[in-house]
Design a protein around this ligand. Structure first.
Ligand code: T1G
Length: 705
């Protein structure tokens, strides 16, 4: 029997144990091991009942995603589950950690399921652009009802063991030793007949009991929320088959749909995103044996919106944090922001009063810098002004303990220049959070020229510990995300100067799948933020176009965006819904006139191409300069920090789907027309000429490191 699955008997109970670290994924060896173990259990006459359980940190967390797209190897998972389903002896699945995807489907093929109280169950396949393909769409609705099954399958989020018990997905929660509890449960049901099989349940899938139009509504809703991805709607079709077809026909329909999904670019994109996030955590020259420093107590300098959000991030994971500002009123305002944020989460039922009190209890507001003497990590989150930041870092250098990590949340400034204000630049790093810091998953970790490996390793680990996706980037203006954003916004603004309107540009980009278009995002972030930065920078030389002209005019008129209920759009009081404003069109036409630009019809395709190719070309330059380690890191930054649609895989993955020769050809044509802002990246030219992709570039980097 394959070494990853073992079989043993304890008295009258056969125990099948899966041991395939790190997450007991259902690779070929596990599938054939499960098959063989069942055969042994059924053949052993002393066995009256069977327990299926896993070693390690979790129950089976799904099919082995690395096998997707490769020729399938027998036994197929459906066949393995069919054998468990047909067992003549009761099988009890003992769930701990996360029973996900194919793992939960295996458990649904068993007669009973018991779980540790902190376990989770889910069918997250939709997050990989596919759907449960081993009976989950047919068995789950039979067991927990159609609406709950739709919720779990179309949404993809796991549920707690407690909820699973309450909806009948799990038969019992086992306190203490899970295996002993499962064996006791198995013994208690050993003689019970007939054996309960999920496939035989029909009450929950009786069409007469379902709300008319349920599936059409679910499909409409799925389309509305999926920003153009087709995966969620396909999940609805599969669950519909459970109601409209006999079990085996439903299984066949599920099979047809998953084969269609696995072959789709959408699923390839989302699988790329899955592995890209995990790869981002690996730093070639900082191996896992580089020691990390403990972060048991943190501090945040600056109690503004950003600082307050960052303090919450630490309090949320149990790390006490000191929130510092120069005046008590500023500190109080920061603590107030925190209380309001937690209050809002509590109102949504996602936090209890007790949890809120505990978290707020971990945050100490102060104006006394001596309170920083013993913290392990300080994050500076004050105004974007170099002089102020250097002053703060030189003060921290004198105050903080020797091995404290001094971090800056700057989004644009030179981390090396900030580090040079201290006697310990090796302890300085950039930790660039995204607003709202307690919500956005991305953390750009900015490695300075002198940042030590232990500080890098600690920051990468910290990102995971605080629930963020950490991506290591180098020092340059705007790092990875904002540097590319600047080129994307540049093109969006040029297109508006040439004839497009904000709503057209935003419609094209949200149609592509972005959560928000560039103009609505500027209104959310505040048009005045960019305006103040531009005002401090030199204007482009004569003859060179200036992308900030329209935004500057709006800001000069006090149209800062949502905060003034007017920006690129108008906002009704208290509403965040952008409304087209004829006043803005007048302003834009006037600015074009002053710039000597004759306005013209701009096609949607041109908007998409120029905005996307500006991103891609800058991304390639960033890779060439080694500011990012991988093209997939750039994708991870854009998906977790800028609302890039995950079903497109990120700007660099998208470029590979378009084809780099095509991207290069268009970039060169745009350079012809619009000048040096479109100078093609050398790396893009090299890869296109060699018929290679950004994915090739990444695997070569990986191979050479
Ligand atoms: N297949 C292959 N590798 C996997 C894997 C999987 N299903 N899940 C995790 N890994 C690797 C991961 O790449 C990483 O590798 C290591 O395990 C640790 O993961 C038929 C078709 C379980 C919640 O979508 O959500 O079943 O980077 O860093 O934070 O219907 O992993 O160390 O080299 O994420 O503790 C459905 C995917 C599959 C679950 C653990 N299942 N996994 O999180 O660790 S489709 C999923 C997760 C399916 C059936 C269909 C998480 C986790 P490395 P990690 P973690």
């Amino acid at each position: 029997m394959a070494g990853v699955v073992a079989f043993e008997r304890r008295n009258s109970v056969g125990i099948i144990t899966v041991d395939n670290p790190p997450v007991n994924a259902l690779g070929q060896a596990v599938r054939s091991g499960l098959d063989e173990a069942l055969r042994q259990a059924l053949a052993d006459s002393a066995v009256e009942a069977i327990v299926l359980r896993c070693k390690g940190r979790t129950f089976i967390a799904g099919a082995d995603i690395t096998e997707f797209g490769k020729p399938p190897k027998a036994p197929m998972l459906q066949a393995v589950i069919a054998a468990y389903d047909a067992s003549t002896k009761p099988i009890v699945a003992a769930i701990h950690g996360t029973a996900l995807g194919g793992g939960l489907e295996v458990a649904l093929g068993c007669n009973y399921r018991v779980a540790a109280p902190d376990a989770k169950c889910g069918l997250p396949e939709v997050k990989l652009g596919i759907l449960p393909g081993a009976g989950g769409t047919q068995r789950l609705p039979r067991l927990v009802g159609v609406e709950k099954a739709l919720d779990m399958i179309v949404g993809g989020d796991p549920i707690s063991a407690k909820e699973a018990k309450s909806i009948g997905l799990v038969d019992a929660l086992v306190e203490g030793d899970l295996l002993e509890g499962a064996i006791a449960f198995a013994t208690s049901v050993a003689a019970k007949r007939p054996l309960p099989r999920v496939r035989d349940l029909t009450a929950n899938i009786d069409p007469a009991k379902l709300r008319p139009g349920l599936f059409d509504d679910a499909k409409k809703d799925a389309r509305k929320r999926s920003r153009g991805a087709v995966g969620p709607a396909r999940c609805v079709d599969a669950v519909r088959a459970a109601v409209e077809m006999p079990f085996d026909a439903g299984l066949a329909e599920e099979r047809r749909l998953i084969e269609e999904a696995i072959a789709s670019v959408e699923s390839r994109a989302m699988r790329h995103v899955f592995f890209a996030e995990r790869k981002a955590a690996k730093i070639p020259d900082v191996s896992s044996d580089v020691p990390t420093l403990p972060v048991k107590k943190a501090a945040v300098i600056g109690a503004g919106t950003m600082g307050a959000g960052i303090a919450m991030v630490f309090a949320n994971v149990g790390i006490p944090v000191v929130l510092v500002d120069r005046e008590q009123s500023f500190v109080d305002k920061g603590l107030d922001i925190i209380a309001k944020n937690y209050g809002a989460t509590m109102k949504k039922g996602r936090l209890t009063q007790a949890e809120m009190d505990t978290r707020i209890g971990r945050i100490t507001g102060t104006t006394n810098w001596d309170d920083l003497a013993q913290v392990d990590l300080v994050i500076e989150a004050v105004f974007e002004e170099m002089g102020l930041k250097r002053e703060i870092f030189s003060r921290l250098d004198k105050l903080c303990k020797k091995d404290a990590i001094l971090a800056t949340n700057t989004s644009t400034l030179d981390v090396d220049q900030i580090a040079a204000a201290t006697s310990r630049p090796e302890q300085v790093i950039g930790l660039h959070f995204f607003s709202p810091a307690n919500v956005m998953r991305l953390l750009e970790i900015v490695r300075g020229a002198k940042t030590s490996k232990p500080v890098v390793a600690t920051s990468m680990k910290l990102a995971k510990d605080i629930g963020k996706v950490g991506v290591l980037v180098g020092v340059c203006q705007g790092f990875v995300g904002n540097r590319m954003l600047h080129q994307y916004y540049r093109e969006a603004q040029f297109l508006i100067q040439e004839g497009a309107l904000p709503s057209q540009v935003d419609r094209v980009m949200t149609g592509f799948g972005f959560a928000m278009g560039p103009c609505a995002t500027s209104d959310l972030a505040g048009i005045d933020v960019g305006w103040r930065i531009r005002k401090a920078q030199p204007k482009p030389p004569p003859g060179e176009r200036y992308s900030g002209a329209v935004a500057d005019r709006l800001a000069e008129m006090g149209r800062f965006g949502q905060k003034t209920n007017a920006g690129f759009y108008r906002y009704e009081a208290g509403s965040r819904t952008p409304v087209d404003d004829a006043e803005v069109e007048k302003i834009i036409v006037q600015v074009s006139k002053e710039l000597g630009i004759e306005r013209r019809q701009v096609a949607d395709e041109e908007i998409l191409e120029r905005c996307m190719f500006a991103l891609i070309n800058e991304g390639a330059k960033i890779l060439d300069e080694k500011i990012a380690l991988r093209a997939s890191d750039i994708d991870t930054v854009w998906i977790n920090g800028y609302g890039f649609p995950s079903h497109r895989g990120g700007p660099m993955f998208y470029a590979d789907t378009v084809g780099l020769p095509r991207v290069l050809e268009r970039v060169k044509a745009l350079q012809e027309k619009h000048g040096k802002v479109w100078t093609p990246s050398k790396l893009l030219e090299k890869l296109a000429a060699a018929g290679r992709t950004f994915a090739d570039f990444d695997s070569e980097q990986e191979g050479s490191s």
